[in-house]
Design a protein around this ligand. Structure first.
Ligand SMILES: *Cc1c(COP(=O)(O)O)cnc(C)c1O
Length: 226
């Protein structure tokens, strides 16, 4: 199947969830995760009308940006080593994996006057050891600390749910992320509007949308694996 065909299936599924739950479909954006595929397939995703492209490793991220940069809006979604920040800053508009002050400091240092990085604070809601991110109780103090960096904008929160055969089991995790997001909004911080929720992947995006996802990160179901 082509990316275009997979995209139209995905859009039908998103449409069905939004209709069923009376949600505003314009609030749900698709990040096409191209980490498993080539530059050519990434170009097909852009040709199909996808705008948001997600990569999780700096090598692939830089390669795809160098070839296709001006055609998309770029999201870095994987763990980011501090020493690699300079490779993506100024190219990638969104960072979905902000999880420590040292990373914020390095991003901040590399940006120039008037530039900001739109960041999601990554939260390990499930508490799985293999997952990165802050624990839920660390989120508010962490975001309060980010006020010292004038180039960091906290646009939202991100989480990865464990893989379950039954995606319904992810619901409490996504719901919990939304509740934490709502608490952050109550702080009314100008650098942390925190409106967005980056959650949901190929296997669990319908549940994530039902729980308020505004950016779903879809890899295999959209661009396949090569
Ligand atoms: C790989 C990846 C995805 C997409 O995974 P699929 O299951 O292929 O949709 C989403 N988010 C992150 C952080 C990833 O690393």
């Amino acid at each position: 199947m082509s990316v275009k065909e997979r995209l139209s299936t995905l859009q039908e599924q998103i449409d069905a969830v939004c209709t069923r739950c009376n949600l505003d479909i314009s609030k749900v954006q698709i990040v096409a995760v191209t980490k498993y595929v080539s530059v050519e397939t990434t170009a097909q995703a852009l040709d199909a009308g996808l705008v948001h492209i997600g990569e999780n490793r700096t090598e692939g991220a830089v390669q795809k940006w160098d070839e296709l940069g001006e055609r998309g809006i770029w999201h870095f979604i994987g763990s980011l080593q501090t020493r690699k920040v300079k490779q993506i800053v100024g190219k990638y508009e969104y960072l979905h994996s902000l999880d420590r002050l040292s990373l914020a400091k390095e991003v901040d240092k590399r940006l120039e006057d008037g530039q900001v990085m739109k960041c999601f604070v990554q939260v390990n809601v499930s508490g799985e050891e293999s997952k990165s991110g802050l624990s839920p109780k660390e989120v508010i103090p962490f975001i309060q600390d980010l006020g010292q960096f004038k180039h960091i904008e906290v646009v939202g929160l991100m989480t990865m749910a464990p893989f379950y055969d039954d995606p319904e089991l992810t619901r409490p995790i996504f719901r919990n992320l939304r509740e934490i997001r709502d608490e952050v909004q109550l702080l009314n911080l100008d650098y942390a509007p925190c409106k967005e929720l980056s959650m949901g992947m190929s296997n669990d995006f319908t549940v994530a949308i039902e729980e308020g996802a505004t950016f779903i990160r879809i890899g295999s179901a959209l661009v396949g694996k090569e």
